[in-house]
Design a protein. Structure first.
Length: 199
């Protein structure tokens, strides 16, 4: 948008009050200065939007379970993303990036299980305390409820047999089970057999 001063300067040049070369130079200078002002204003606007977005993410990180803060951070994130695009619209890539930012900022919201929940000893996901099988990794969570040496040998052998059955269907899952067995029960006969099976 050309300002009134620029139009007036153009008319003065046309009327011949300045020599054409001086008038043209003044007109180009004026247009350049105006463009630089608009660019600087745009940069300030983007910087302010980024600062608001970062502040809203910091607030969300301080209180990760507050849905109003999450909504506010999403709003400011969309404003910031739109300002950085030439067509002033948010793309799917921006939405994915915003989701990642929000997830990272609110990750601490549920890092400890409630009273009726516990962590899976295999994958560390939060599951119900009464669960026998983890809903995330599908493994028996009660394998870790005993501590005697005989029970540990039995559990390790059970895992080894499970891995042998898995190998018929999914070799990668079987290999992972063997690796888990070695890390959980390193000093058992089943761990020795697992090391040999992997190599």
């Amino acid at each position: 948008m050309i300002e009134f001063e620029t139009i007036l300067l153009g008319f003065i040049c046309l009327l011949g009050l300045f020599t054409p070369a001086i008038g043209l130079a003044l007109l180009i200078n004026k247009i350049t200065v105006d463009a630089q002002r608009r660019l600087d204003a745009e940069r300030r606007k983007i910087q302010e939007a980024e600062e608001q977005y970062m502040l809203s993410l910091a607030n969300l990180k301080a209180d990760p379970t507050n849905p109003a803060l999450k909504e506010t951070a999403l709003y400011f994130g969309r404003v910031y993303a739109a300002l950085t695009r030439a067509n002033r619209s948010v793309t799917i890539f921006d939405e994915v990036a915003l989701k990642n930012d929000l997830d990272a900022a609110s990750a601490g919201g549920r890092n400890s299980p409630r009273r009726d929940e516990s962590q899976c000893p295999w994958c560390a996901e939060i599951i119900m305390t009464q669960a026998k099988i983890c809903r995330y990794c599908g493994r028996d969570v009660n394998l870790f409820s005993t501590n005697s040496d005989e029970d540990v040998e039995t559990l390790a052998e059970t895992m080894f047999q499970q891995a042998k059955r898995q190998a018929k269907v999914d070799k990668a899952a079987a290999k992972q089970t063997l690796k888990d067995l070695i890390s959980r029960y390193p000093n058992t006969l089943a761990a020795e057999k697992s090391r040999k099976a992997i190599s």
